[in-house]
Design a binder for this molecule. Structure first.
Ligand code: B12
Length: 217
């Protein structure tokens, strides 16, 4: 559904900051019944990764990268009609980025995929301090906590967050994912209990299928 030509047209519009043009492409794809994951991965994620590489190679400015990110975050709300029409399954998840982690779009996508699977989600966004996260867990009593990590250098913050959560919720299932794990050793999460590295949407959905009912107190 997203041909190479369409992707290249979208990327050019995104780089020039033409949000109306990008929005038209997204609206047409939704009208043509694209599925959420394809829209997110083949259009939004691919273009953000490409812009990130262009920024790293000094081919686009940091301002252009920020512009593309801001437009993408706006476009994600266009997908809401695809997300919120599922029957609820009576499960709740809190999704967050740990302290000092400002990359929030991956986590937002994870929350939307959970909603698509009928879960109720509470997406807290970037740079969430542990105290705030703990208060939210106390308040919402979720069945699952998802943490997103893009920078491998933030692994210490992730470690601290997991330890804080474990201090109060010994068995709350925690799914962790994000680009940081491309650069971290495969066994980096082995020391924790009930913590799983989940890095793709198919893997996430497969994990949800065998999900128990306890809330890990
Ligand atoms: C946008 C962006 C920013 C924005 C983020 C704004 C926002 N609102 O999110 C801002 C400007 C804040 C930013 C800042 C920085 N950034 Co930046 N940024 C990016 C960029 C271009 C896109 C990120 C993104 O949204 N990707 C799209 C999402 C959908 O992908 P994703 O996060 O990987 O998520 C997917 C999976 O990983 C998975 N997933 C993610 N989380 C989870 C969680 C669970 C539970 C599960 C199941 C799955 C899962 O699901 C998603 C779908 O597949 C990337 C490029 C890239 N390759 O990602 C660079 C990039 C990540 N940034 C980079 C850098 C260096 C920085 C800075 C250090 C720059 C600086 N000098 O200030 C700072 C660090 C800030 C901080 N402390 O966090 C580097 C990191 C390099 C590295 N070796 O780690 C990258 C890769 C750019 C590059 N090519 O060099 N950045």
């Amino acid at each position: 559904m997203i041909t190479e030509a369409l992707y290249q047209e979208y990327l050019s519009l995104l780089l020039e900051g033409n949000k109306a043009g990008c929005a038209r492409i997204v609206a047409k794809l939704i009208a043509d019944k694209i599925d959420l994951e394809t829209l997110y991965l083949a259009l939004f994620k691919r273009s953000l990764y490409e812009i990130g590489d262009m920024w790293a190679d000094n081919k686009v400015s940091v301002a252009t990268e920020h512009l593309g990110t801001a437009i993408t975050e706006g476009l994600m709300t266009q997908a809401y009609p695809l997300i919120f029409r599922q029957a609820h399954v009576g499960k709740k998840a809190v999704v967050a980025c740990v302290a000092n982690e400002y990359h929030q779009i991956g986590g937002k996508m994870v929350a939307d995929v959970l909603e698509l699977c009928g879960w109720d989600t509470y997406f807290l966004g970037a740079n969430v301090p542990d105290e705030g996260l703990m208060t939210m867990l106390q308040d919402k009593k979720p069945h699952l906590l998802c943490l997103s990590l893009s920078l491998s250098t933030n692994i210490g913050h992730l470690d601290q967050t997991i330890r804080h959560v474990r201090g109060q919720w010994a068995k709350l299932p925690i799914f962790v994912g994000g680009k940081a794990f491309d650069a971290l050793p495969a066994n980096v999460l082995d020391a924790y209990t009930h913590v799983k590295l989940v890095n793709s949407f198919p893997d996430l959905k497969a994990q949800l299928l065998h999900f128990g009912d306890h809330r890990g107190q």
